[in-house]
Design a protein around this ligand. Structure first.
Ligand code: AKG
Length: 282
C-alpha cells in the first residue's frame, strides 16, 4: 500500500540559527570534481557543484515526482504538510504538489528518479569519496518546501538516523530542483563538524541537535541554482530554514554507503545519539 502521512513537527526558531553572510564555494560541474575537490570535501565535510544536472534531467526529475504525487504507488512513502490534512481530496496538480512535504522510497517506482540516483557523474564522486566502486543506495528522498510555509528542518546529523557502523562513510547528495536560496530554505552546514563525531539529538521542533549546541559562528549557507547539488558527510551538522517566499524549493536527497557496511541495532544507535530518537526519521 502507498502511505500518505501528515507532518506534525516544526515551530518557531531564532533567525540567527541560519546566518547568510558566508556562502559556500562551488565547483562548476561534475567532471570538474578532481582530487583537490575531494580533498576539500574530506576537510570540510561537504562539496557543492553548480551545474550537476542538465535542465532536461532536472525536468525529468520534477516530472517523476509529479507523476508519483498524482498517482501514488505501492511502497512510496508520501507525507503531506499538516495544513493540507483536510483538503487532500480537493487538491490537484500544482496545488497538490505544494501540499507535499516529503516523498521517500520512490526509485523502485519511477525510472526517471532512479536515473538520477544512478547518475554516472554523481556516482563517480560518491565512489571516490567512499573509496570503493561497490556502493549501494541507502535512502532516496524528495524534500519539498512549498511556497509560503515549508517548515524548517533543524540542525542534525544524518548518521543519527541510520543503524549503521558509526565509523562507516555515508555520503549524502542533496540536489536542488528549484533555485534554493537563503530565503526559501537552502542548505546550511558547519564546515569541519563531520570530524567532531556523533552528538546527542533531542526532540524539540524535530529530532535535532539542540540550538545551543550548534556552532552558528561557523555557519555556511549553500544556495544553489536548479540542477546544482551538495555532497555532504553523514556526520556534518546541517539544516534548512523555513520557506518564507512565494517560490517552490524542491530537492532530491540520496544517501550512499559501501555495500559491505556493518549494521548496528537501533538500541546501539540511540545509546549514542539519544533515546528521544526512537521512531524519528530524517
Ligand atoms: O531539504 C531539506 O530541507 C533538509 C533535508 C535534510 O537535511 C534531511 O532530510 O536530512
Amino acid at each position: 500500500m502507498s502511505l500518505a502521512r501528515v507532518d506534525d513537527l516544526g515551530g518557531a526558531y531564532a533567525d540567527s540559527l541560519y546566518a547568510t553572510d558566508v556562502l559556500a564555494n562551488t565547483v562548476g560541474n561534475l567532471p570538474a570534481v578532481d582530487v583537490d575537490a575531494i580533498e576539500e570535501y574530506r576537510a570540510l565535510g561537504f562539496l557543492s557543484v553548480r551545474e550537476a544536472l542538465t535542465p532536461q534531467e532536472n525536468q525529468q526529475a520534477l516530472a517523476g515526482l509529479r507523476h508519483l504525487i498524482d498517482n501514488p504507488k505501492d511502497g512510496v512513502d508520501l507525507q503531506f504538510e499538516a495544513w493540507a490534512q483536510d483538503q487532500l481530496a480537493q487538491l490537484h496538480g500544482d496545488d497538490r504538489m505544494d501540499a507535499v512535504r516529503k516523498l521517500q522510497k520512490f526509485t523502485h517506482a519511477e525510472d526517471r528518479l532512479l536515473g538520477i540516483a544512478n547518475h554516472p557523474g554523481i556516482l563517480r564522486t560518491v565512489k571516490a569519496i567512499i573509496g570503493t566502486d561497490d556502493i549501494v543506495l541507502l535512502q532516496d528522498m524528495a524534500l519539498l518546501k512549498p511556497p509560503g510555509g515549508g517548515r524548517e528542518k533543524p540542525w542534525h546529523q544524518d548518521k543519527a538516523f541510520f543503524n549503521l557502523d558509526l565509523d562507516a562513510t555515508i555520503v549524502g547528495v542533496w540536489i536542488a530542483l528549484d533555485a534554493a536560496t537563503p530565503e526559501n530554505g537552502c542548505m546550511h552546514v558547519i564546515p569541519g563538524s563531520h570530524r567532531e563525531g556523533p552528538i546527542p539529538h533531542f526532540k524539540r521542533r524535530d529530532w535535532q541537535i539542540c540550538d545551543t549546541d550548534v556552532d552558528t559562528a561557523r555557519n555556511v549557507a549553500v544556495p544553489l541554482d536548479p540542477g546544482g547539488l551538495l555532497f555532504f558527510d553523514g556526520y556534518i551538522h546541517h539544516g534548512t530554514p523555513q520557506n518564507r517566499t512565494a517560490t517552490r524549493r524542491r530537492a532530491l536527497q540520496f544517501h550512499y554507503v559501501a555495500r559491505d557496511v556493518l549494521r548496528i541495532t537501533e538500541e546501539e544507535r540511540l545509546a549514542v545519539f539519544g533515546l528521544e530518537g526512537r521512531g524519528a526519521e530524517c
